[in-house]
Design a protein around this ligand. Sequence first.
Ligand code: ATP
Ligand code: MG
Length: 740
Amino acid sequence: MSEYIQNLNPTQRDAAVNYQGASLIIAGAGSGKTRVLTCRIAYMLSQGVQAHTVLALTFTNKAAKEMRERIATLVPGGMSRSLWMGTFHSVFARILRAESDKLGYPSSFTIYDSADAKNLVKLAIKELNLSDETYKPNVVAARISKAKNNLVTPQAYEANSSLQAEDREQRIPQFLDIYKLYARKCRENGAMDFDDLLLNTNILMRDFPEVLTKYQNQFRYILVDEYQDTNFAQYVIIRRLGELHGNVCVVGDDAQSIYSFRGAKIENILRFQQDFPGAKLFKLEQNYRSTQTIVNAANCVIEKNQRQIRKKSFSAADEGDPIRVIKAYTDKEESALLASDIYTTVRTRGVQYSDVAVLYRTNAQSRALEEALRSRNIPYKIYGGMSFYQRKEIKDMLAYVRLVVNPRDDEALRRIINTPARGIGDVTIGRIAGAAAANGLSMWEAVSRLDPATIGLAGAAGNKVAQFAKMIGELSEMRSTTEAYTLGLEIATRSGLIGTYKMQQTPESISALENIEELLNSIRVYTEEQERMAADTATEGESAPQALVQIDEWLQNVALLTDMDNENPEERNKVTLMTVHSAKGLEFEYVYVAGLEENLFPSMMSMGTPEGLEEERRLFYVALTRAKRAAVLSFAESRFKWGEMTFGRPSRFLSEIDPQYLDLQFELGDSRDSDEEANSAPRYGRPGGPSRYGRPGTGSSQDYGQGGYRKRAGAPDTGALRRTDTPSPGARFRSLSARG
Ligand code: ATP
Ligand code: MG
């Protein structure tokens, strides 16, 4: 038996080698779920299972990449290359491209990221002459997303009177009109948003039985990591694809389900054994990641949740240090204390900066932390923050490529028709849009085909537009004959982007140029990878080698990168800053969790309902269980929000940890320690209100309001900001020194 199988414990081993039939692996954090999945795939390949019949779905592209690399080290060369491994979105985008004609989409359809989608929602709201005060683009976009993830198309929505009643109740009666217009625009632009990738896959499998059969036959083995966070649309896809052969293996932990605001359902796990009768259940109980203290502390917290599958989790590692709690008077001081603690840890504990992570509930918290780290010269990187792909010059360049690949993409055209500036103003763009709508054409088609006079474009404006349209047309034609990198360079040059930035000679323009260069490099890297893979699979006799890697292919790949995949390979030996949400599945030697205050973590918007609060608690469980060797928790007694000093109490989660696992040099005071408040007085929003659909970590008001904090406006200095009220007599904490 291979070494990697032998290194597993008996239950893990059973779960890895019994790969026929359905399996449910359910276990707490750090128990080796992902490791078992990896070993199982490697084992299957070693038993002669063909790689291209294996479909493995992960939560991020990064996780897929790591798994693939690991498997490659376990099985003979090249064997793992044709595994279908990736996120739901990337795998099903690939299938949709192959089958796009059936749904009436071009195979080169554009994928809109959440920023694109929001812009389109705004446009739809505007076109319908609705107010974006009443129809908040964020809320509308989230509601569209929710509908799609529940497989509710605009038509289905129209037929559903209770959904429409809900809209009226939420005072957005015309939501359906926006949804319809949005969907129409996507289709006209030849574009799908992220949720469409799942919705349309479902439509494809529902309406084209032969397509369903084809993929059911191809994917003989289906594996899913982080199953607790699948939403309904993803769940239905797995059930459909797996029902023929039943070789479906899912791993998950109900205690780590943290995406219910995006429609994820814990019930999917609970239902698995009904969906796949006879499914084997594996429970892993040993945590291999963390010290006993961390595992026990995390168990204390998660026990407080009512809704959960009870399971054991223990660590056989060292007991480890107690979890330190750091108190600060202000958020600024909190950051400074963390930075100095990190500095000391790295100096005295023989660890690297890259072994350290600082986790927080909302992105907005990173700013203070960044400042503190910078002032101590501690290198850091922000994971999942403003991604490379969100930078202006990159979005511009990508919009050019998108338009070249799919000239129907009006959103792309709007973005770059006058970038760099070529004297095409809003009035002209409005006329083009009008003419396009009147003639049932895309904007590019309108300017390429219609007589400028009929569009109302006189002389100079007409010429500029015609030149632009011609350039796009020519670049578009080059696609089939020009290799991706060369075409990319051509686009960057002919668009004028490179020239403009070169001319500017400012620090920003120089870094913009570097970024464009980096993007072009990524095309080259991608091309080389594809060529290597094509050569490999050719020797396995699966498909013919590709002659030319087109820019279309690269673009499809890029469009699927999510914020969480954003990681620069040079970023070694740096402290990682990230939201708790994006830390899922990862591990670090030292983990700091900042901002443990009521109304921040748990977040204010979640506290109105018991469900919301339980989700926050799971989120805290995820945070704590990322730590291998030590965890440090911190909170600030006051924090700037919306330019005002607000006061907070320590998070109830601190009081939920048995004090024997804490190193607490002070009394915690009146931290809330029960869910009763949430149960009896839903002060913030209703169950199912907007808070549950907001994105975490955006730092928006949804995460980060000020109600609930006790404000003391006009407080003169930090000294005066100290809380004067004495800790309640019932405070459950005694500092370690007091105890011993
Ligand atoms: P999470 O719920 O956080 O995703 P997980 O259950 O997927 O966690 P893994 O990430 O697979 O857990 O494993 C946690 C750590 O324990 C990893 O570093 C892994 O390599 C290690 N590990 C797992 N099983 C074993 C084992 N049998 N022997 C030694 N180390 C192990
Ligand atoms: Mg895992």
